[in-house]
Design a protein around this ligand. Structure first.
Ligand code: AMP
Ligand code: MG
Length: 407
């Protein structure tokens, strides 16, 4: 049996970064940038006012106080987006809005709060200004030519803002993986609003759980297929999603990968492609299969809904991130103090669904309740996975354990 670490290492060694793709700016959110971005303009592009106020020559305001204001003749206003119609000359001031260009001749801004209207088209300046006051200089954020984003950067809202500032309506990114999701099982039926499955049947939750996990990982759902427990149907479905032209980059199946008589996924994989790894020493999720069909990577996850989700998180998610060009593939892992005992039978490493919070400056954690791999509730309540070492005979309350934070 494989350890989680060795299995992940072997899997990631198979995952190279996908080709680049140019996309509209907003589509690039969450993707990895595939080009270096240099500033094509100064930011800000021109000297402008950081306040609503009056553009002045600082020397004209020397010694000004509320009791002895400097009286300056006002010129035409400069609204945002406009250019000053005239220069500020000795004894004059122009009303300038935040972000509007500084008029020629002015070397300081006085905030409107430090002024008062005066008679005869003048303004009273109540405080002396120093040259440069409240002025944003051209290029002070980004001088033209500076590299603002490096290739390999993951694009969040802040990076989208920077790209927009650089006028990038489209950007080159690493293409995210297209993932085919295949559920299995004769007992499994698709959902329909208000429909209760007939006796002996259960609703298909893996189809939706895995599709949601694919999307959460920033990848694209290539297709959703359900396979009955039948060898020819299994093979046909895998063949369809691994077509070199129209197929997926990654194939994820759930169920049918154990050693039961009706587990047809592993044999089909062995016929169509290659099985590279089977069975990982973990709970939930032991019967994990990994391999490939053509150029597509193949993950055969266990059918139990919790096992499917946990193995997706541990193996498929990091693979999708790597394919998408991301550098750090790990979730944050912290040490947390157990507020309850966690039973465990020595053998496999266990990933216990847990609620982890902070208390008095440290992480504390507790299991979400029943941990059976069919207990979906254990997932909906969890925000983390508490790791119980394989040799442990159970953890006591007050002990500290490693926790993977999922959010
Ligand atoms: P299997 O690995 O196919 O033996 O499935 C293990 C368990 O997970 C069985 O109890 C199945 O009924 C259940 N299961 C398998 N596939 C799904 C699915 N798509 N949705 C919900 N439960 C499933
Ligand atoms: Mg099955």
């Amino acid at each position: 049996m494989w350890t989680v670490e060795r299995a992940l290492e072997a899997i990631l060694a198979r995952a190279g970064r996908l080709p680049e793709e140019r996309v509209p700016l907003l589509e690039s959110l969450g993707r990895v940038l595939a080009e270096e971005i240099a500033a094509d303009i100064d930011v800000p592009p021109f000297d402008n006012s950081a306040v609503d106020g009056y553009a002045v020559r600082a020397e004209d305001t020397a010694g000004a106080t509320p009791d002895a204001p400097a009286l300056l003749r006002t010129l035409a206003d400069v609204p945002a987006g406009a250019l000053a119609a005239e220069a500020v000359t000795a004894g004059t001031a122009a009303r300038v809005m935040t972000g509007a260009p500084l008029p020629p001749g002015a070397d300081a801004m006085v905030m409107v709060e430090d002024t008062r209207p005066a008679e005869a088209g003048r303004v009273a300046i109540l405080e002396a200004a120093r040259p440069g006051d409240h002025i944003r200089r051209a290029g002070e954020d980004v001088p033209r030519g500076t590299v603002v984003l490096n290739a390999g950067t993951r694009l969040r809202a802040a990076e989208i803002a920077m790209l927009a500032t650089m006028g990038r309506a489209t950007v080159r990114t690493v293409r995210p993986a297209k993932v085919a999701v295949l559920s299995t099982g004769d007992e499994v039926v698709d959902i329909a609003e208000g429909v209760i499955p007939p006796p002996g049947k259960i609703r298909n939750s893996n189809r939706y759980a895995l599709a949601a996990l694919v999307r959460e990982a920033g990848a694209i759902v290539h297709s959703l297929t359900h396979i009955p427990d039948e060898p020819a149907a299994t093979e046909a479905a895998l063949r369809a999603v691994s077509d070199p032209q129209t197929g997926a980059d990654v194939i994820v199946t759930a169920g049918g990968v154990s050693v039961g008589d009706r587990d047809f996924v592993k044999p089909a994989l062995e016929r169509l492609g290659r099985l590279e790894l089977w069975k990982v020493a973990m709970k939930p999720g032991k019967p994990l299969a990994f391999g490939g069909i053509g150029d597509a990577l193949f993950f055969g996850l266990p059918g139990n809904p919790v096992s499917a989700m946990v193995t997706f998180e541990l193996f498929v998610r990091p693979t999708l991130w790597k394919l998408a060009g991301r550098a750090d593939l790990h979730r944050p892992q912290v040490q947390a103090v157990l507020t309850e005992a966690v039973p465990h039978t020595p053998g496999r490493r266990e990933y216990v669904r847990a609620i982890t919070t902070t208390q008095d400056g440290q992480f504390v954690t507790r299991p979400t309740g029943a941990q059976g791999s069919g207990i979906l509730h254990s997932m909906t309540r969890a925000n983390s996975l508490l790791i119980v070492p394989p040799e442990s005979a159970g953890l006591e309350a007050g002990e500290s354990a490693a926790v993977l934070l999922l959010e």
